[in-house]
Design a protein around this ligand. Structure first.
Ligand SMILES: Cc1cc2nc3c(=O)[nH]c(=O)nc-3n(C[C@H](O)[C@H](O)[C@H](O)COP(=O)(O)OP(=O)(O)OC[C@H]3O[C@@H](n4cnc5c(N)ncnc54)[C@H](O)[C@@H]3O)c2cc1C
Length: 301
């Protein structure tokens, strides 16, 4: 699939790989390759990559932890940016400034060790910080934007900007970034006893392990919860638990999770989405909307 690397990309410091299998970089382990995978060294290189793609009219996407992403079996054209190298965590008083490539579990560990409370509401979210901000990831305990005070982003033009919390309008599972790329975020936390923080962390983790298939390959919740209801409850009530298409099935533990047994394809996932949606529509009249982000999966657009 790889064509010539856009010449302008050669100016970007970082690793550039052709035909990189995104299957290996997504939590659900499905999908084809990225034509180009680029891992910039710092935010200046992210900005340079954005400008290079703009100038060369090459499609550009940004990948976080790949935990809410379904990639088409044929892969994606153009450049995928992976921000793993942006992994600094800097403390100033009760504020932490965190690089987009820091994983949420490691951020929670650092905050806990430093006696800073507030982020443990994200316990069990297998994201990177940039993806958590982009999606305003959250749990029943709270969400990413609760503690966010500012954000450094790369605009679609390649300009680097610092935004205050008030510049954005986050919603349920959407940080409101649009096409901007988050490279750093600053959170204001509270001092607390690390043992107390750890206690809450363990409690939230226990609840999650009891109710969700956390050790299996999935995209997290497939569908959004309809207003006043739960997608998982509707799917379960429609009798879809355990339904299977190829290597993908509806989890027995939580019906809004589809799990991949390692032998499936995105086409299997898509077929299961259609089947479950149709059954829920027939049984309850509700049209389930997708929560999972899709790259080159036109059957679900
Ligand atoms: C087992 C499991 C449990 C989960 N539990 C939860 C939960 O409790 N709560 C919850 O909210 N979610 C949950 N999720 C879903 C997922 O973790 C979140 O949606 C998370 O925010 C995705 O972050 P990511 O880094 O993996 O992003 P990705 O999946 O890589 O990307 C998701 C979207 O964010 C964009 N993006 C990624 N990084 C950036 C960036 N730096 N700047 C701009 N855009 C970016 C991508 O382009 C894409 O559109 C779960 C998923 C799994 C697999």
């Amino acid at each position: 699939m790889a064509s010539l690397v856009p010449s302008a990309l050669q100016e970007v410091r970082g690793i550039v790989r052709a035909d990189a299998p995104l299957r290996l970089l997504t939590h659900v382990r499905l999908g084809g390759a990225a034509e180009w995978l680029v891992e910039p060294i710092d935010e200046l290189d992210v900005a340079a990559a954005v400008r290079a793609c703009l100038d060369a009219e090459v499609p550009l996407r940004v990948l976080g932890g790949g935990s809410n992403l379904l990639v088409g079996d044929a892969g994606v054209p153009g450049v995928v940016l992976k921000l793993d190298r942006l992994r600094s965590i800097a403390r100033d008083g009760v504020r932490l400034t965190v690089g987009a490539g820091v994983t949420v579990p490691s951020l929670l560990r650092t905050a806990r060790e430093q006696g800073l409370a507030g982020l443990e509401v994200l316990t069990g979210v297998p994201a990177q910080l940039g993806g958590a901000v982009a999606m305003n990831a959250g749990t029943r305990e709270g969400e990413t934007f609760d503690r966010l005070v500012s954000l450094t982003v790369i605009e679609p033009s390649g300009e680097i900007r610092v935004l205050g919390r008030g510049d954005l309008e986050p919603r349920y599972r959407d940080g409101g970034l649009g096409a901007r790329i988050c490279v750093h975020a600053t959170f204001e936390l509270e001092e607390d006893d690390p043992k107390a923080i750890f206690g809450r962390f363990e409690e939230y983790l226990r609840y999650r392990n009891d109710t969700q298939p956390v050790t299996e390959r999935s995209v997290g919740c497939v569908f959004q919860n309809p207003t006043g209801d739960s997608a998982g409850r509707l799917i379960e009530r429609s009798g879809c638990k355990g339904w299977r298409r190829g290597g993908v099935s509806v989890s027995h533990k939580h019906a809004n999770y589809f799990v991949h047994d390692g032998d499936g394809t995105t086409a299997d996932f898509v077929a299961l989405v259609h089947a479950v949606r149709e059954r829920v529509r027939e049984e309850s009249g509700v049209e389930l909307e997708l929560e999972v982000k899709r790259w080159e999966v036109p059957e679900l657009d």
